[in-house]
Design a binder for this molecule. Structure first.
Ligand SMILES: Nc1nc2c(ncn2[C@@H]2O[C@H](COP(=O)(O)OP(=O)(O)OP(=O)(O)O)[C@@H](O)[C@H]2O)c(=O)[nH]1
Ligand SMILES: [Mg+2]
Length: 334
């Protein structure tokens, strides 16, 4: 088979998988589109009002939804688009332009690079790092985990179990120890062992508790002082179903930590597919990774085209032709 055929097969497999995993978001979105928008004969104000409502309902955020609908109106007029279906194709294309404008790469070229994950309790930080360690090892890079969630004894064990799955070393202290000291030791160990990437797990915390946020800032300062240029990535882990409350979380963590990206977890279990658009637009922070399940392989780089194909599955069943995002698409499974 030629390279082109292989990569097309790859992409289709990825698209199918993403569609399957996002079936709830996809169903909610496509059912509404079918039941309202597609039934309309005219592309009149009612059509655009319905569309706006569906986008807001999917948590795309009012600002983004209004911008998309306004651009679509203009496009329909300019390109003389006549049917609801063609208008949807144009809408999807607009969304793709919006999503593809962002840099979603993890910048981990320095050795060692540091990835710090933060977020509220139970959002999926430890799981995400376990999956990321596996992914990095699969790419031939060595990783080391700093078990800096010292708040609960069980957290250290949980991190160890995840790290063991990919044969990743863990630096840990006793429960209750200073997270900053764990991180410091991990960086020294990584330098000595010439490890590529240090993955720092932190304790979940409410973004509204200022003492806990101050503790996180301290961890960050230790990282900055121990390794110039670090942390290379500071990722906020958010559950997709959090909806618009995610905005408050993201704002608070961004103020304290200067985030470089977002990991949207549990996208497999939510009917709210649009949060990505809202967060990115409002806070200007890209979604870099998505969690699509509890398995070790269920972490993906975020591929905008696959995401939109999954979201529109059942309404527009033709996968978007891919251009600029080939790199990211190829990085996805299988
Ligand atoms: N379905 C699904 N479940 C997930 C995903 N990511 C994490 N989980 C589950 O969410 C639960 C919490 O995950 P953790 O990784 O422990 O979350 P955490 O942020 O480390 O939690 P704390 O350390 O307590 O703050 C676990 O049961 C995970 O299996 C995902 O992408 N999809
Ligand atoms: Mg954890």
């Amino acid at each position: 088979m030629s390279d082109e055929v292989v990569s097309r097969v790859h992409r289709e497999a990825w698209w199918k998988r993403m569609s399957r995993k996002m079936d709830r978001a996809s169903l909610a979105f496509s059912e509404q589109v079918r039941d309202t928008v597609l039934l309309r004969r005219d592309l009149d104000d009612d059509f655009y009002d319905d569309l706006l409502e569906i986008l807001v309902g999917a948590d795309a955020g009012m600002g983004v939804a209004e911008q998309l609908v306004a651009t679509l109106r203009e496009r329909v007029r300019m390109e003389r688009i006549g049917t609801a279906e063609d208008a949807l194709v144009a809408l999807k294309a607009e969304m793709l332009v919006m999503l593809e404008a962002r840099d979603r790469a993890l910048h981990l070229d320095d050795r060692p690079s540091v990835v710090l994950v933060v977020g509220v309790n139970g959002s999926g930080k430890t799981t995400t790092l376990g999956k990321l360690a596996h992914r990095l090892q699969g790419e031939g890079r060595t990783a080391l985990v700093a078990a800096a969630d010292t708040f609960r004894a069980a957290a250290i064990d949980q991190m160890r179990i995840w790290a063991e799955r990919s044969g990743t070393d863990v630096v840990a202290h006793q429960p209750g120890a200073d997270p900053g000291a764990v991180v410091f030791d991990a960086i020294q160990a990584a330098l000595a062992r010439r490890v590529d990437v240090i993955l720092v797990d932190t304790a979940g915390r409410l973004h509204t508790k200022s003492n806990l946020m101050a503790e996180l800032e301290k961890v960050r300062r230790v990282i900055e002082r121990s390794l110039p240029g670090a942390p290379h990535e500071t990722l906020l882990v958010i559950e997709a179903a959090t909806g618009m409350n995610a905005m408050a979380q993201a704002r608070a963590f961004h103020d304290a930590m200067t985030l470089t990206g977002i990991v949207l977890t549990k996208l497999d279990g939510t009917s709210r597919g649009g949060t990505i658009l809202a967060i990115e637009a409002e806070l200007n922070i890209p979604v870099k990774l998505v969690g699509l399940g509890e398995g070790i392989d269920d972490l993906n780089v975020f591929d905008p085209a696959a995401y939109l194909d999954a979201l529109f599955a059942g309404v527009l069943d033709v996968p978007t032709p891919r251009g600029a995002q080939d790199e990211t698409g190829r990085a996805g499974p299988p």
